[in-house]
Design a protein around this ligand. Structure first.
Ligand code: ATP
Ligand code: MG
Length: 559
């Protein structure tokens, strides 16, 4: 089933042509994470590309753990990766582990030795590096390069049997020490590592290198289009060399696309792990992390992430994508789906002095003005309410349409109130606002039709629930983390204000009942989701994204 779409990305174009020419019958892709960390948003792009493209062409996509390096891998990561892929909305055709193929890789390595195309090198890692040459200087042959096949077979068998120390011997492909492509200068294909592997235990003490293993993994699984990031472009000749020099069951091809980079964040697992282990963030799923689980806890939806991945497209040149585009995709969705609620983050009490003693009114509040089917809820109001401290000014500046002495505002869904006075403490801090309500304005409209500009959110003192609200900002202050000054570390750019906590916030009762990850629009504030730690007694919310859509605005201006 070839797609006819004219807006195909270059990978879809290649696949369409391959299906048309008959080079491939069924599209097979794979998503091959190394289980050495949690998935980040860059991986999400790769997931959407691999799973999405296979689906689009009626093919299949495997989830394959590229677990060839026991030093850094862990079962915790395997579980987390599976959860994230599923959460993003994809299901693998087959679950595979590169470690399942260790036996086959080893046989192919022996085949290479027998064919005179691989040799055991006794040089140290430093010597190998030094003798590799540079872009302008050819490499120097290892003194062990011309060992006999017998000697190589014997040494490799003894490496495999655990007779040698780590670092004392490696197996190298015998290709071309003067190749203009440094990757082709006799790359290491096996090394000694005396580590427990999370799946094969202590069975092996030699492990294959990524370049050697990856193409073979693809060949074993019948992968037709092996999609990876641009930094592997120079490795492609090597990928093809390994495939051409083994008796493989299928011939895969590698295609490279540009890595996703996002503004104000780092994307490498090594750095993300460091943020976690140093305690700079509260775990891999800290809502400031660019991990899939971090975005989930922040309140992002899988569909908005998929849409974002579609919008950014698939390019052949690296670029930096604005975080605002991700926020825009999410905001557009949440505007249609998130239930509205009122939360006062920095409360100050307001007393409605003409309110009938003991009277509690119950009002109708629509749950989502964008979606009639979301229905409405009842909200209660009485004599004492809380409003946002920032919604009151003793001496209003020009253009301030909120509450100030003598001014009238609307309480959302409720009544018009006019400020009649206020109290201050010794420090000049407002402690209480006094006002009167127009008791004929129930629902928020003045009976005489007078215009009231400002509308405030509020909660009733009688049923508001104290909540903790985490207000998140960017984790880093530098827009493009590739622009770090010389000698600086990415941690020098941490944003000290990436988390502000509104400890004394008050939320309306409907919000307090939220289950973890339920999403809301807090009126006039933004989109929030209930944190994974929320309880009805002690609700906790995370700021997902503010209401202001700078990205959408910018596009409109340009469009
Ligand atoms: P990192 O450098 O962050 O540790 P990685 O490339 O080592 O990432 P892998 O687990 O090896 O992580 O990656 C699995 C797949 O995800 C690979 O095919 C890789 O090309 C892809 N991938 C990783 N980072 C990005 C990114 N920023 N944008 C797009 N694809 C990515
Ligand atoms: Mg990697």
């Amino acid at each position: 089933m070839a797609s006819e779409n004219k807006n195909q990305n270059f990978i879809e174009e290649i696949i369409s042509a391959d299906l048309e020419s008959g080079r491939v019958k069924e599209v097979v892709t794979r998503f091959p994470p190394e289980p050495n960390g949690y998935l980040h948003i860059g991986h999400a792009k790769s997931i959407c590309l691999n799973f999405g493209t296979a689906k689009e062409f009626g093919g299949r996509c495997n989830l394959r753990f590229d677990d060839t390096n026991p030093a850094k891998e862990d079962t915790e990561y395997v579980e987390a990766i599976m959860e994230d892929v599923r959460w993003l909305g994809f299901e693998w055709a087959e679950l595979r582990y590169a470690s399942d193929y260790f036996g086959q890789f080893h046989k192919w390595a022996i085949d290479l030795i027998k064919a005179g195309k691989a040799y055991v090198d006794d040089q140290s890692a430093e010597e190998i590096r030094a003798n590799r040459g540079t872009l302008t200087k050819p490499g120097v042959d290892s003194p062990y390069r011309n060992r006999s096949v017998e000697e190589n077979l014997d040494l490799f068998a003894r490496m495999t049997a655990g007779e040698f120390e780590e670092g004392s011997h490696v197996l190298r492909a015998k290709i071309d020490m003067s190749s203009s492509n440094l990757n082709m200068r006799d790359p290491v294909i096996y090394r000694i590592l005396k580590r427990e592997h999370h799946r094969t235990g202590s069975k092996w003490c030699v492990y294959p290198m990524y370049d050697f293993a990856h193409g073979y993994e693809d060949a074993i699984e019948g992968v037709t289009h092996s999609i990876c990031t641009l930094e592997f472009q120079d490795h492609r000749p090597l990928y093809d060399w390994f495939i051409a020099n083994a008796d493989v069951p299928s011939v895969p091809h590698q295609y490279e696309f540009a890595r996703l980079n996002l503004t104000y964040t780092v994307m490498s697992k090594r750095k993300l792990l460091e943020l976690v282990t140093l305690g700079i963030v509260d775990g891999w799923d800290d809502p400031r992390m660019p991990t899939v689980c971090g975005f989930r806890r922040r309140g992002y939806t899988a569909s908005s992430i998929r849409r974002f991945c579609r919008e950014i497209g698939v390019a052949k040149a690296d670029s930096l994508v604005e975080i605002e585009l991700m926020q825009h995709c999410l905001r557009e969705e949440l505007n249609k789906t998130a239930l509205r609620g009122m939360a006062v983050l920095d409360p100050v009490k307001a007393v409605i002095e003409n309110w009938p003693e003991g009277f509690v009114d119950e009002l109708d509040a629509e749950n989502n003005p964008e979606d009639a089917s979301a229905g409405s809820r009842k909200i209660k109001i009485g004599r004492e309410i809380y409003i946002e401290r920032g919604d009151f000014m003793e001496e209003p500046v020009k253009g301030f349409f909120r509450l100030s002495p003598g001014k009238e505002v609307r309480l959302k869904h409720a009544y018009l109130i006019t400020c009649t006075g206020f109290e201050k403490d010794a420090d000049g801090r407002i402690t209480e606002i006094r006002c009167t309500a127009d008791m004929d304005s129930r629902g928020g409209d003045a009976p005489d039709g007078r215009r009231v500009k400002g509308t405030l959110h509020w909660v009733w003192a009688g049923d508001a629930v104290p909540a903790k609200v985490n207000l998140y900002g960017n984790l880093f202050t530098l827009r493009n983390m590739n622009d770090m000054e010389d000698g600086k570390d990415y941690k020098d750019y941490l944003n000290p204000d990436s988390l502000r906590v509104a400890e004394g916030a008050l939320v309306e009762p409907s919000l307090a009942k939220a289950a973890p990850l339920d999403k809301f629009q807090f009126l006039r504030h933004g989109y929030f989701c209930a944190d994974t730690t929320t309880t009805p007694e002690k609700p906790v919310f995370n700021l997902t994204v503010s209401l202001k859509d700078s990205w959408g605005k910018e596009q409109k201006k340009q469009g």
